[in-house]
Design a protein around this ligand. Structure first.
Ligand SMILES: [Zn+2]
Length: 286
């Protein structure tokens, strides 16, 4: 599987190299492709489950250890990787997984860089400059932002788009299931403070989410609780290479409210996790 098998930076091809200040022999891989069956058209995207921040990136953040831990607690889609993996193992043909191995506080692969993104206005574009509570997170100059994008965002986006192209070639179509979770309490950075917060929010795109897919995902998720489309969050991850260009690439976002599967201490609630598993298996087996 040339191109993305080992994840960054192990891939031997011509991926952009980190700038001198950001290089380092022990940098953890920034993403991982977990292979599914050759015939599967499903890719489960898990962008926000990691809390890993490389030391050189950590040293640029303006938060003490305690404040950083709290921000990670609020912003990490805890255990979504585990939920995705467990479900994927039960589905034939087995779906592919694309997992972000770094925290969204390093770069957020779901956001668009350079002002194309409404979240940039609140300091939470692809490189966050503010916390979810509006405190300063980074003192970011343009070169530093460029370096972060070059080191982490572009290789990630390219590898994801390559995986989509590879699946298109083999399966003729792709369904991206963009798996997230979100807190019960509204965070100050959120744009739509009065929106409902159902147990499941299904994010859809006007061009890339066929009605039948919305229906299927909504029906599957009803075992978890109330399901609402595009509220409080909207849209779903589609690589820029395919966005608006190739409707063979379908995408749907599943945002699980965290109290549906997580206990206060961060452990999995068995019944909630079972329901989510059933929903994901139904979605990925369709
Ligand atoms: Zn998320």
């Amino acid at each position: 599987m040339p191109g993305h098998g080992g994840g960054y930076p192990a891939a031997p091809d011509a991926r952009p190299q980190g700038p001198p200040g950001l290089s380092g022999a022990h940098r953890p891989a920034s993403f991982e492709v977990i292979a599914g069956d050759a015939s599967s058209s499903y890719i489960v995207h898990v962008p926000h489950s990691s809390t890993v921040i490389p030391q050189d990136v950590r040293s640029e953040l303006l938060l003490g250890d305690e404040a950083l831990a709290e921000e990670l607690r609020l912003m990490t889609d805890a255990r979504t990787e585990e939920l995705a993996l467990t479900a994927a193992r039960q589905v034939a043909p087995r779906p592919w997984l694309f997992v972000n191995r770094l925290s969204r506080l390093v770069v957020d692969p779901e956001r668009l860089p350079y002002g194309h993104e409404e979240m940039t206005e609140v300091g939470m574009g692809s490189v966050y400059t503010r916390t979810s509570g509006g405190k300063a997170l980074r003192d970011l100059g343009q070169p530093a932002e460029k370096d972060l994008l070059k080191t982490f965002l572009w290789p990630y986006a390219e590898a994801f788009a390559d995986l989509v192209d590879e699946r298109l070639l083999v399966a003729g179509r792709v369904v991206v299931v963009d798996l997230h979770s979100y807190p019960q309490q509204t965070l100050p950075y959120e744009r739509h403070q009065d929106a409902r917060r159902p147990q499941v929010c299904v994010g859809v795109d006007v061009d890339h989410t066929p009605a039948a897919l919305v229906e299927r995902v909504t029906a599957a998720c009803s075992i978890i609780g109330q399901v609402v489309v595009n509220e409080p969050f909207s849209g779903s991850y589609i690589p820029l290479r395919h966005f608006g260009r190739d409707i063979r690439v379908a995408s749907v976002m599943v945002e699980l409210r965290r109290d549906t599967y997580l206990r206060e201490d961060g452990s999995l609630d068995p019944e909630g996790a079972r329901n989510i598993n059933a929903a994901l298996v139904a979605i990925l087996g369709g």
